[in-house]
Design a protein around this ligand. Structure first.
Ligand code: KIV
Length: 258
């Protein structure tokens, strides 16, 4: 049975939600066959697949293209797509058109938007228009050039209170779940306790209702930097390098084709 936004919301207090990113049909197929609950076509496609330094250069066309590829795997998992840089802050009709494209052309079943409590009225308009929204708080990678680097959020009491307020505002805007990135463990626990909808964490410790990881990180498929909170369940990058080297060796030594 396919997983819906309602399924995800109801999982709070039942069992931890398992979420990963995917950017193409084969990877979505592998994750779905493993029984994950939610697949996010994150704008991390920019850094993991497209060679950008941040998610800022990722465009709506790129997101629609990769979301449609993931949708072709026909996952049972809930398919969520990221609204890319700046669009959520544009005129509401521009944002609505972006969501329409991600859902109608890309096949997404929900969209994710980065922001804080000030974004809640916009998210409420979207949910009233029938667009399921996953709100993203804490570290907002689309603010890369403003942040000047990635850091933990919610270490200070004032930041903790702000994060709880952001999450509650998103819940009041009818988000079916909230995602928190790089929030301090104490802040994470406080947000989880305050929310009726699930909190899905990345780099935010154990006290969430679920976890999400970037698939390239968990598979060991990264060209360079791996965040310290990541657990690598495979070393596919190393396996690929070895396979290319063995192939090159065989061709040069006339062992392939045999
Ligand atoms: O784009 C992305 O992959 C994300 C992750 C932090 C979950 O937003």
């Amino acid at each position: 049975m396919s997983i819906t936004t309602q399924t995800i919301t109801r999982l709070k207090g039942q069992r931890p939600i398992v979420a990963v990113t995917a950017y193409d049909a084969p990877m979505a197929g592998y994750a779905d066959a493993a029984g994950v609950d939610l697949i996010l076509v994150g704008d991390s496609v920019g850094t993991t697949q497209l060679g950008f330094e941040s998610t800022v250069p990722v465009t709506l066309d790129m997101m629609v293209h990769h979301t449609a590829a993931v949708a072709r795997a026909k996952p049972k998992a809930l398919l969520v797509a990221d609204v890319p840089f700046a669009i959520a802050h544009d005129d509401f009709t521009v944002l609505l058109e972006a969501c329409r494209r991600l859902m109608q052309e890309g096949g997404a079943e929900a969209i994710k938007i980065e922001g804080d409590a000030t974004m809640a009225p916009t998210l409420e308009r979207l949910t009233r228009a029938g667009i399921p929204v996953l709100g993203h708080i804490g570290l907002l990678p689309q603010n890369f050039h403003q942040l000047g680097g990635y850091r933990k959020f919610g270490r200070k009491k004032s930041e903790q209170a702000q994060l709880v307020a952001d999450a509650l505002a998103f819940e009041a805007a009818n988000c079916f779940a909230v995602l928190c990135e790089m929030t301090d463990a104490i802040a994470t626990a406080a947000i989880t306790a305050a929310l009726k909808v699930p909190l899905i964490g990345i780099g935010s410790g154990v006290d969430c209702d679920g976890q999400i990881l970037v698939s390239n990180d968990l598979l060991g498929l990264n060209a360079g930097y791996v965040p310290t909170f990541v657990k690598q369940y495979a070393k596919l990058g190393e396996a690929a390098r070895n396979a290319f080297a063995a192939y090159a060796d065989d061709v040069r030594n006339r062992k392939f084709p045999s």
